[in-house]
Design a protein around this ligand. Sequence first.
Ligand code: LMR
Length: 403
Amino acid sequence: MLNHIFAALPAAREDAILGLNAQFQQDPRPNKVNLTVGNYVNAEGRLPLQATVVEAERRMLARGDLHGYLPSLGLASYAKALERLTFGADSPRLHLGAVATAQAIGGTGALFLGAAFALDALGIHEIVIPNYSWTNHQALFEKAGLRVSTYRYFEKAQGRLLFDEMLEDLRSLPPKTMVLLQVCCHNPTGTDLTSEQWTKVIELVAERDLLPFFDLAYQGFAQGLEADAEPVRACERTGMNFLVSVSLSKSFSLYGERVGALHVASSSAREAGVIETILKREARTLYSNPPLHGAAVVAEILNDPQLEALWRSEVEDMRLRIITMRESLWKAGEALGVDLRFAREQHGIFSLTPFTAEEMKVLREEFGIYGIATGRIAMAGFTAPAIEPAARAFAEVLARRGR
Ligand code: LMR
């Protein structure tokens, strides 16, 4: 008797972001615009191949670097370079040796590893995330075994940060709850906390004995590489323990190489050593060891002062191009008599437009403008020729509301 165990399987739902990106690829219209995935494209609409990455790969090839296994925690020179990037070269915690870092499979892998560590080693069962957040946050934390609930962060129709509500919700959490805090370029709202607001959040988190889990996926794309890491560094100065997931997909345009890391900021070198043994076990049982190539490229760049300086200017150019796109979109809206304030007031890779799921469908089907059903558009996906048609489409959709 043959088994037919798969016959009754229902198909899983498409991913909210990747599914629409795949749909975009099938669309034959020449003027379609892809604002789905948070990919940074250059002025020609292509993913950049950064000069620093080309140079690093050239050196690696010239040396004949091999493709052996990495240790479970990953490439040490990569981990050390990322620690400096996240915490700052003069970080007291780094000097103490109190940060444990595991290379991770992109930001997603870092979040998963952090969740596994929290559950298995700390007995933490719950995480709170913003009411608008990256669509995969909830799914991946649940997959890791955590309960997920939300705190108020943003109100979409008016495009408002709900700061008082956020504080109120955080204040009501039981001690030891893990709190996901997106550090910069908040995904999807493009709305970050000010430094005064961060101070209040960090004070509250310390007072309530919550465990911050910072998600740092877009460092360099909001205010700049150093300024964007400031909330993490401010938390570090309190002496608190916390986690940070890092992704370098955008800043090195190494999307497919899965360059990420998890940092655990502890109180001493002894603690960090213990945490490393735990992360090593987690990594070994989940995937044995992380991929080498992307990490080696990043380490090559960040451990060479000249290449690092060039890379910093590459990131800055990307940041500035997004600002130009935002300003152009805002102005194109103004010229058409519509208020596209999300383009001007929000910043970074994403914006949350006020459009409903139905309106996003109209934008996609009638105008070939692809964003996410939640109303999120990737501002980093814009090129100059796409601005005017997009502004017209947005204006038309807004005008239909009144009809
Ligand atoms: C996004 O939110 O579009 C990116 O962070 C990429 C992804 O994997 O969803």
